[in-house]
Design a binder for this molecule. Sequence first.
Ligand code: GLV
Ligand code: MG
Length: 342
Amino acid sequence: MRSAKDFFAPLAVGAPLPVREVPARPSRMIHFFDPSNEKMAAKIPALVGTVDVLLGNLEDAVKADNKEAARAGLVAIAKATDFGDATQLWTRVNSLDSPWVLDDVVTLVTEIGDKLDVIMVPKVQGPEDIHYVDRLLAQLEARAGLTRPILVHAILETARGVANVEQIAAASPRMQGISLGPADLAADRRMKTTRVGGGHPGYLVRQDPPVGVEDAINADRVVYQQDLWHYTIARMVDACALNGIFPYYGPFGDIKDVVACEDQFRNAFLLGCVGAWSLHPVQIAIAKKVFSPSAADVAHARRVKAAMGDGTGAVMLDGKMEDDASLKQCLVILALAEQLSA
Ligand code: GLV
Ligand code: MG
């Protein structure tokens, strides 16, 4: 099993740090809050135990004038809160080319490193960014005498990051997962959208004109909107699966459109993602629903498992062929259901 221990052992002082494996329990929602916003911060204790991850955001969406207040606010919240076993504490620090990130990492690891599970690093361009954060964390953990390593999560939101996603996923034993960052990625790729995630009504395919119909071009033709994010999510999922870490869909900015949010989250779930960001409490329930296997899927998976006996060969169930490979898919569903109920 990969662990952070081997990677930073040369920098650790005294006894080697205990192993901390990538958490077995995937997080369905990473709930963002701005620690500089007092109203928002006051609601955090009530969310403990109801969300898988609380993430104190220091990067985009926090005004430049509030960066220090956000950092200090997160330290205060973390010190005052017992997060229990069901909720992890994460942070998103500022980007590695910003004037704030060094103080973010130094302050947070020094002050609340014992409470912090994962540091999310935005705009990761390649494995060298992860190596830098990894070494910095090792130094700070050793200095603070921390007994468990802090894990690292990368946001995939630049064209260069996407080109390097396999190396990013493999860059360190600290890697916990990767999220799609559709808003920054759209800008970096020069896409012509103006949204935070989700689809676009202009990105579609149209049914062919009916043959022999006069003025066929103007005939009623079915239109299918396409998923702008399919390619990147699929690539990210493969990179994560190769390295045993977790892939996530990122933000869905149209808070009112709960239906489209659920669709986008479900596409990501079906493609292999384990969770998504929630930017508003309404998205917590959506993520919980989408990223937990449904009772029907679990029941079907159990039926296939029972019917497949020793797991080899093929059987017919409801007119459909099941075999070793469909059983493996069912076992993925059952394992996830079990992890989430643990
Ligand atoms: C998230 O950070 C994004 O840019 O979508
Ligand atoms: Mg971004």
